[in-house]
Write a protein that binds this ligand. Structure first.
Ligand code: AMP
Ligand code: GLY
Length: 424
């Protein structure tokens, strides 16, 4: 079949690498893709936001199945548009994608269906929101309702900080209309886990867990980023924990969305906090897609062909009870541009990827790269996802860093502690 992958980051390179191995796929296209994805797919210069152009391309090329990587096009209804034209597409409808697109929607769903999450209130009035923070035990967490590229969450130690974050979101609109409403919720203590499940509208199958590293500097210091690295599996998050998350969170969420008339077909990414006694899992957030960089660390461990899984979810067909995983550990280290997550330069030459890939078990997925005059250059904040597998986590970490050290561009920086928590 002819398959189109929408997106062009590290997550999509990992997906393209895996999808291209499927015997079901004759031709893989990517829009817009990147120079790494171009090793596995024919890249077409159409952005993920250009819905009409994507539709026209899929119809003209008779694409059998389209896989959407990022959240923004899903929240904006790309899957609905494809379905309305009779085109097969992987990714939830706009209605179901509200689970990521609106925190107020997700929290209200969880409350109505008793899915464990932090206590919260939703506000569309700035005064009421600020007054509410005065009476709460600190810290509190202020979240803008809409999409904010992972930046719309502020953990506030005092009522003044909470007032400032609320005012920035609702009055100054630093995240635009995403800040029309805010959710103010209790702070949860514990260990975070990114959990993934594949849903066909009625049922779901687990796709494993990973741990992300959100802040830019070692030891979880500095501002949040899109993700500086990940590892999978997560030691301590065992089969019993997985079963508990499926029973207390994923299955009830999929059932709730179906009952409310918006069946969820796609990847459900649950940001979990493992809290308190017995590490009861609670939902920090839902996302309607794979995580980036979690996807890179998951996909290299996936033993099953990914394409039939995505097809079954999209078509509402039966899902297998289990997906096959390699028992190996995987680690992904993000190589970022100097200055990221603030301002950073672009267009700097990148060297050493081939040398990095000679390290055993290593694959370098491209995120923000471009080709200029036949030379590979930086083109984003997160530039490369250096991903390694090994039988033991400690060895996967060593391989990833041995490979990362061989790659050079001006200002390159990365965390040096990715995965360390997992071997303590
Ligand atoms: P979110 O986009 O909702 O996952 O939030 C981004 C990050 O903020 C999470 O990965 C957590 O580190 C932190 N966070 C969000 N909500 C809470 C909460 N209720 N308690 C503690 N930390 C939180
Ligand atoms: N790595 C976190 C995310 O993809 O949202």
């Amino acid at each position: 079949m002819k398959l189109l992958l929408v997106g062009g980051g590290g997550r999509e390179h990992a997906l393209a690498w895996k999808i291209a191995q499927s015997p079901l796929v004759d031709t893989l296209y990517a829009a817009p893709g990147n120079p790494g994805i171009a090793r596995h797919a024919r890249c077409v210069p159409i952005k993920a936001e250009a819905h009409q152009e994507l539709l026209a391309f899929a119809q003209r090329e008779r694409i059998d199945f389209t896989v959407v990587g990022p959240e923004a096009p899903l929240v904006a209804g790309l899957a609905d548009r494809f379905t309305a034209r009779g085109l097969g597409v992987f990714g939830p409808t706009a209605a179901a994608a509200q689970i990521e697109g609106s925190k107020a929607f997700a929290k209200s769903l969880m409350k109505r269906y008793r899915i464990p999450t932090a206590r919260f209130e939703t506000f569309d009035d700035v005064r009421a929101a600020i007054d509410h923070c005065q009476g709460l035990r600190q810290p509190v967490v202020v979240k803008v309702d809409g999409l904010a590229a992972g930046k719309g969450v502020t953990v506030c130690q005092t009522a003044e900080e909470a007032a400032k974050a609320t005012s920035a979101a609702m009055e100054l609109r630093v995240f635009g209309d995403a800040g029309k409403k805010v959710v103010i919720e209790e702070f949860l203590h514990g260990e975070e886990v990114s959990f993934f499940a594949l849903a066909n509208g009625e049922t779901a199958v687990p796709l494993g867990a990973a741990r992300d590293h959100k802040t830019v500097f070692d030891d979880d210091r500095g501002p949040n980023t899109g993700g500086m690295g990940a590892y999978s599996p997560v030691p301590g998050f065992d089969a019993a924990a997985e079963q508990r998350v499926m029973e207390s969170i994923v299955n009830p969420t999929i059932a709730a969305l179906a009952k409310d008339g918006m069946p969820y077909r796609g990847v459900l990414f649950v940001g979990l906090m493992m809290t308190g006694e017995g590490s009861d899992p609670k939902v920090l957030e839902f996302n309607c897609r794979f995580g980036d960089p979690e996807c890179q660390a998951l996909v290299v461990r996936l033993g099953s062909d990914l394409v039939p899984l995505l097809l079954a979810a999209a078509r509402g067909d039966r899902l297998p009870e289990r997906v096959a995983w390699s028992p190996e550990a995987a680690v992904c280290v993000t190589l970022a541009s100097g200055g990221y997550p603030e301002r950073y330069p672009m267009g700097l030459p990148i060297d050493g990827i081939d040398a990095a890939e000679t390290v055993e078990g290593v694959r370098v997925f491209h995120a923000g790269t471009a080709e200029r005059d036949g030379k590979l250059v930086t083109a984003g904040g997160r530039v490369l996802s250096v991903t390694a597998t090994a039988p033991r986590l400690a060895d996967a970490i060593a391989r990833a860093y041995a490979a990362a050290a061989r790659i050079r561009f001006d200002g390159v920086h990365y965390r040096t502690d990715i995965g360390r928590k997992g071997i303590r």
